[in-house]
Design a protein around this ligand. Structure first.
Ligand code: GAL
Ligand code: MG
Length: 997
């Protein structure tokens, strides 16, 4: 005897009741529609069984709540928010789900007139999470599932003229949930559009097209399969390009079907770089639909995947449906903004991770030009946890469930030229059900490539896909026939969680070097923070902030875009790393450059170079070069015609080369920059001047304080602690604490696996200094203070023996030389350190920052492709990046000098060698503690970090660590810089002055 009866939503072998066969989402359709978006009556319950009697009848429901559709009910005050990456929120007992199964009954009255009633009515749900039943006027009309795919029901027979009741009961948990364990918030409800379609009797039900190419790769072959509702139906078709007819004809269906094939000579081909679209109009006497056609061919040639015979490289991102206020409800406008931004940032590919997107998303990709990996709504990651990963994946009783998810995706989306691969899902191990899904996809559409990362052996896929593969392994894949000869793609890499990822350049270099490697997709586009206003604060919540447990916390804050759509520094970096034109200087020359055209289809004719000669702040010469010609994948040489000029003393000169689009495109204005690089010019000359002299310095000691002073400056030291205490001018303290050594930075997400060792074994945040000696020497015009210190962290045998030499000049400058010698008296030591540097404090009134170094944005050792040298200014606050989950941020590399000022006076700091800089209004400790930006406490001073070196970012929250060259090892170091107070506005002038001593 069976212990329990399967409920409808626990029957994995029941695909649906009454759902129509999946079909193309037409681009345009003459059939009338009524949108059912908007207000619905809503009843929330803890289990479907609690439904009130007769809930599906029209007379009930008036007392219920009201909810707007589309929406997810967790963001409308029902149920609760919960985020997990891998874990199911119930015992693994497939196909059964908890009896406590949050359920929403939606009800809407729709009025239909006589004319409407003369046609058929299709009720279309674009997306309901996770399974649902539908009743029309009290009668059961159907049942469906698969959250991220549409479901259509023919409800003609259940309707009447006048008012009609539509009731939908949505189940949060269903057998389908076992296949929907993607890394994201658990959200439920009718979250995509709902509509009624008035379908004429003689209508076109489906039209599957393929814009193929003949062997010349020039002529298009239009292939269309039309399905009509009537068994025999006549009609016409017309193919147009930009309003001009390219071909046309008539058709007659037999048994409701007809196949058309037509040669289109010299077709304008579709690629992501040239998104040329044709429009096919198919008409019957009472119905007209339009679908768009892109002529292009995807195939594998000599073990590489090609578009129109050209090997392409994917510079992609992973895209989830997400909105900070609406969860998984995404509007056309938002999708369009995403696609535009991707195009503007040189991205050419997107993976719909890990489910099909809204219909309109693909239209946008077709139109603007992005290669798409479309992925079936399928992930059962939680099974890995119980060490039976292939439990349902290899269980034939689930076969239909797996196949259904792929087949419906293909049937809906196959007309989109942008889709180049079908992916069968994500993180679901491998087994017989994927083999069946693969077969079903190939039978439906053999014109695209098959992808599934979980086919680890690349047994049935066309591409060998891996995720977060380390560089070493990637190189092996590239150089040896690992898993055969199939082309490789990295479906996920570069984990954009928090600050990072760094090290992208190394990946791009590999993709560009090895033909087998055809690019990858950054994880991921968006931070999935949930907009929250609470207690006067506005912030974004992540896992755990709703008391949700278990959770993966801020693992959902891992995008290139912040929730408010601010591009993160990593997006700027990615843009530059993947820039399709690479500019390198030809060895041994100053002005000769090689351009490599990484476009797969565009020649450089559409681009021009804007160059300028920059002397730190000033631009001396500039010009354009616009006769570029390089063919795709080819190089050309350019000579930048700057003329000799007389350099100013003590000034660095750079040549900036920017590659721009000549014409406006659909996504950017004319002149849009696709790449900006900078090359130092070797024309610096120095003039050293005598240091000016001030009045004689007085030196005195009182209560362990050593004061050195004249009318221009007051400098104080603590003799016992060996610190520079302050630098003041006219009773105002500018420097409120001198250098103290540090090896710590507020943990970034990409250091999460180092954190415990760093902070609980090596105690890098717990350092202290021991004064070894304190001496001073007066000379004419200067006083030299020498301090010896031992720096170390709690219970560590490693540390630094430091010699600080301070020279206070009568002219008001304080020169600091620091020599650090690495010490190890035992054995234990960290493999590397976050940084080696010093921290100082400035008067909190000094909020205007200016620096000469890399900028304008944040940059780090392994993420500075987008940072170029220049003199930049900003407020101290604006120098930081407000990461949703607070962490180290706002760093600038290669800083030669900086100042913080109050508009009147500026504390200027000139470095003798390039140093790293952070300026902030908070301490590292407060940053480390904070769980949200509003937790960060404002410090009493401006916190100034100067780094001898700071480790890179890496991508180790998921993926590669910092590469060796970007790890700061325990090592000897020196730092030298000079502090002085100058008039605000005089920073640049003062910074240039170099002295003889
Ligand atoms: C991958 C997974 C993604 C996401 C990522 C971590 O393993 O496919 O969905 O979870 O890791 O952010
Ligand atoms: Mg997963």
């Amino acid at each position: 005897m069976t212990r329990r009866k399967k409920k409808r939503w626990e029957d994995h072998q029941l695909g649906h009741i009454g759902r129509r066969e999946a079909r193309t989402a037409f681009y345009k359709d003459s059939a009338n529609r009524i949108s059912l978006n908007g207000e619905w009556k809503f009843l929330y319950m803890e289990a479907p069984e609690l439904s009130p009697e007769g809930f599906m009848n029209k007379e009930n429901g008036s007392q219920w709540d009201t909810i707007d559709v589309p929406s997810v009910w967790q963001l409308r005050g029902y149920d609760r928010m919960h985020y997990t990456d891998v874990l199911y929120l119930f015992p693994i007992n497939p196909p059964f789900v908890p009896t406590e199964n949050p359920t929403g009954i939606y009800k809407k009255i729709v009025s239909l007139n006589k004319e409407w009633m003369s046609h058929d009515t299709i009720l279309k749900f674009h997306g309901v999470d996770s399974a649902f039943d539908v009743w029309v006027n009290g009668t059961h009309a159907g049942y469906s599932k698969v959250s991220r795919l549409p479901s259509e029901f023919d409800i003609t027979d259940l309707l009447q003229e006048g008012e009609n009741d539509i009731t939908v009961r949505v189940y949060k948990w269903s057998d389908g949930t076992y296949l929907e364990d993607q890394d994201m918030w658990w959200l439920s409800g009718i979250y995509r559009d709902v509509e009624l379609i008035n379908e004429p009797k003689n209508s076109i039900i489906d039209c599957a097209v393929n814009g193929d190419l003949d062997s010349s790769y020039k002529n298009g072959i239009l292939k269309a399969d039309i399905t009509t509702k009537e068994k025999s139906c006549e009609g016409t078709w017309k193919l147009e390009r930009a309003g001009k007819e390219a071909a046309s004809g008539v058709f007659r269906t037999e048994d409701g079907k007809v196949h058309l094939e037509e040669m289109i000579p010299e077709a304008d081909l579709w690629t992501a770089e040239t998104p040329n679209l044709y429009e096919l109009t198919v008409s019957t006497n009472c119905h007209e639909i339009k679908v768009r056609v892109g002529f292009r061919k995807i195939e594998i040639i000599d073990h590489n995947f090609c578009v129109n015979k050209q090997v392409i490289l994917l510079n992609g991102v992973n895209h989830h449906d997400y909105n900070p206020k609406e969860g998984r409800c995404v509007t056309y406008e938002q999708s369009k903004a995403d696609v535009l931004l991707m195009k503007q940032y040189n991205i050419n590919a997107v993976r719909c991770s890990h489910y099909p997107a809204n219909e309109h998303f693909y239209d946008l990709c077709d139109e603007y030009g992005l290669y798409v990996i479309d992925e079936a709504d399928l992930e059962c990651h939680g099974f890995e946890w119980v060490e039976r990963y292939d439990w349902i994946t290899d269980d034939p009783s689930w076969e239909q469930a797996y196949v259904d998810r792929s087949v419906r995706m293909v049937k809906r989306n196959r007309n989109h030229p942008s889709i180049i691969m079908w992916s069968m899902g994500n993180e679901s191990s491998f087994g017989c059900n994927f083999k069946s899904a693969a077969k079903a996809i190939k039978e439906l559409d053999s014109t695209r490539l098959l992808h599934y990362e979980g086919d680890y052996e690349a047994e049935i896929t066309d591409v060998y896909s891996t995720m977060y593969t380390r560089l070493k392994r990637l190189k092996e894949i590239a150089e040896y026939e690992i898993k055969g000869k199939k082309p490789h793609v990295m479906c996920e890499y570069g984990h954009a969680m928090g600050n990072g990822p760094g090290g992208l350049k190394a990946y791009q270099d590999m993709y560009r070097k090895y033909k087998r490697l055809q690019g990858g997709f950054i994880w991921e586009w968006y931070d999935h923070g949930i907009y929250t206003e609470e207690g006067g604060e506005t912030y974004y919540r992540y896992g755990g902030n709703y008391g949700d447990f278990p959770t993966n916390g801020n693992f959902c804050i891992d995008g290139l875009l912040m929730p408010d759509r601010t591009p993160s520094p990593a997006l700027l970096e990615y843009k530059q790393v993947i820039a399709p034109v690479e500019v390198t200087r030809i060895d041994g020359t100053q002005r000769e450059f090689q351009l490599k055209n990484y476009h797969d289809f565009l020649t450089l004719e559409q681009f021009y170079i804007k160059w300028s000669v920059q002397g730190e702040k000033k631009f001396l010469q500039e010009g354009n070069i616009d006769h570029l010609t390089a063919l795709p994948h080819e190089t050309e040489k350019v000579i930048i015609p700057f003329t000799p000029f007389k350099p100013e003393a003590n000034t660095d000169y750079y040549l900036n080369i920017t590659v721009c689009r000549k014409e406006a495109t659909q996504y950017a204005e004319a002149g849009h920059e696709i790449s900006k690089v900078q090359f130092p010019l070797d024309i610096r000359y120095n003039i050293l001047e005598e240091r000016p002299q001030g009045n004689a310095l007085k030196v005195w000691e009182a209560e362990n304080i050593l004061t050195i002073e004249n009318d221009g400056v007051t400098v104080r030291f603590h003799k016992v602690f060996g610190h520079l205490l302050s630098v003041s001018v006219k009773d105002k303290e500018y420097l409120s604490e001198g250098p103290r050594m540090t090896v710590y930075r507020a943990t970034i997400d990409n250091d999460m696996y180092k954190k415990e060792d760093w902070m609980e074994k090596y105690f890098i945040q717990k350092s202290s200094e021991q004064t070894e000696y304190f001496r001073y020497k007066e000379a004419q015009d200067k006083v030299t203070v020498s301090v010896g210190k031992y720096f170390g962290c709690y219970n560590q045998s490693w540390g630094f023996q430091c010699d600080y030499e301070y020279t206070v000049y009568s002219s008001g400058q304080v020169k600091v030389n620091l020599y650090g010698k690495a010490i190890q008296n035992g054995k234990l030591e960290p493999a590397f350190l976050p940084r080696i540097g010093i921290v100082m404090k400035g008067n909190k009134e000094l909020q205007q920052a200016v620096w000469y170094g890399r900028g304008p944005g944040e940059n780090y050792a392994d993420s500075k492709e987008a940072g170029v040298m220049g003199i930049y200014s900003n407020s101290v606050d604006e120098m930081g990046t407000n990461y949703i989950f607070p962490q180290e941020n706002g760093h600038r590399e290669d800083v030669r000098w900086f100042g913080i000022g109050d508009g009147d006076k500026t504390l200027l700091c000139k470095a003798e060698m390039p140093l790293g800089l952070n300026l902030a209004n908070y301490t590292d400790e407060s940053l480390e503690e904070a769980k949200h930006p509003f937790h960060i406490e404002r410090a009493e001073d401006v916190i100034i970090h100067l780094d001898y070196a700071q480790s890179g970012l890496g991508s180790n929250s998921c993926g590669e660590e910092q590469q060796e060259e970007f790890k700061v090892k325990l090592q000897d170091f020196t730092m030298a810089f000079e502090l002085q107070v100058v008039s605000s506005g005089e920073e640049v002038k003062e910074a240039k002055r170099r002295y003889l001593d």
